[in-house]
Design a protein around this ligand. Sequence first.
Ligand code: SPV
Ligand code: MG
Length: 553
Amino acid sequence: MIYHIYMTKSQKLRKLFKEKSLIRLVGAHNGLSAKLVERHNFEGIWASGLEVSTSYAVPDASILTMSDYLAAAASMNDAVSIPIVADCDTGYGNVNNVIQMVKRFEAAGIAGVCIEDKLFPKVNSYIPGRQELASINEFAGKIMAGKETQNTKDFIIFARVEALIAGWGQEEALKRANAYIDAGADGIFIHSKSSQPDEIRSFVKAWKNRAPLIVCPTSYPSLTEREMKKMKIKTVIYANHGIRAAVKNMNTVLAHITKHGITKVDSQIVPMKEIFELQEMPKMKEDESKYLPKDKLTAVILAAGGPKGKIKTFAGDLPIAMLSLKGEPILFRQIKALRKYKAGEITVVRGYQKEKINLPDVTYIDNKDYNKLGMFHSLKIVLDKLNDKFIFSYGDLVYDESIIKKLLESQEDITLVVDKAWLDNRSVKERPDLVKTTGKIAPGPRFLQLEAGGKVLKIGKKIDRNKANGEFIGLALFSKKGLEILKKVAKSVSNKFKNRKFHEAENFTSAHFNDVIQEIINQGYKVSFIDIYKSWLDVDNFQNYQKAWKGEI
Ligand code: SPV
Ligand code: MG
């Protein structure tokens, strides 16, 4: 961990005062406008009362409350690393309000505040008429109280002299400025609404650089930064140019849209990419990839085998996984269900007509020996790539999504999904994957597992159909430990049974998934199950495909 030398925003502002001949503060009203100011390399932000009021579409006349201004200043402060000087009007009331204001703005990390010597409620300085000044004593009291309230020596309080705005003249302005510096102010904001910089020039001359001066040349833009530096003005505030630019361009664009819609408007607005950058979306993505735990669940779907029997005529050269059910390939339905339950990586093992299996966002592994070797081989070629919990599925299954939900609730290491409907179904001619589990044979629909912690005792196509009490549907869940067991058991038998009968298979290379599960059981590991009653189909024959099509599962 690298800790940067931490400087408060007040310390940063004080440093700027030392190092820069002219500090430029630019008006902002929220995080976005502050961020734009920072991007253009200005030294600091003026949390402008005029801009914040405008952003609420209310007059700049003490209409909003201290909390509103504080929230706006804090949102600016959070968005940038440059210091904020908050325009705090009159301090939102008398000296008591100033004390609360200083406490709160300082605690929010605002570098400094500026209060003006008008009476509460104030009116923006450019509005003619009521520009009433507080007495010098009253305002000096506010400065003293504020300076005594601040907790850190670095917090800055500027005093704003409105004597020129109120028409009280140069002498009064100087008298006030001196009194406020005597009271402890860190600098004087001398405001003028004159269209020429003359009265500012003469004030600066008479001030003799007693303390740092701040000006706001909105009404006298002819005063250049060069001249300001020459006059030793320490800070200039460009108070409201950002919001005025925004209003102008929003007007232009909205007018264009009323006439032409949004065609051909793109050249007048920023691309979405810039918006995302301003939100710091790229940083969020970076953090996410570093710190957000990835869902460890993966899924392996075996879709290598080709269709057999009557379904073959129907499927043509399509793998069964790609047969469509109401417009959606079987595999697509499976992927949808697995994604719903947060499967991250889904691996599909292809073989027969592999190029026909081409759904996006899945990993494909091709089993070129799908015709020669047993089904387990398709899983074996994926095993090394797996290192955590995974769901195993046949590729020709159509099932109700709730089965996945139930399966994922299992806390066991190896869990098979077993259909108890087999007990009502024993007359069928096919040879399904049968299981014999612990628990009594009792036909009929049951949705609760017969006994907690039930185990699979036998699995295979050839086990006694009268002793079997369920059908393995081709869906299973392996925990991380279950995966280790599977790998270990497969490794332990691969050589030994290379040329020898392996459960129901001729040898290990032609082994079915069932054979390996039986071996796991025989080696003393627990293979658990969850039981379901119907609500799935294995589309390995035409009749089942028709049923699936009709929704009879
Ligand atoms: C503000 O930006 O809110 C100011 C500067 O106080 S002015 O509008 O010029 O008064
Ligand atoms: Mg203001």
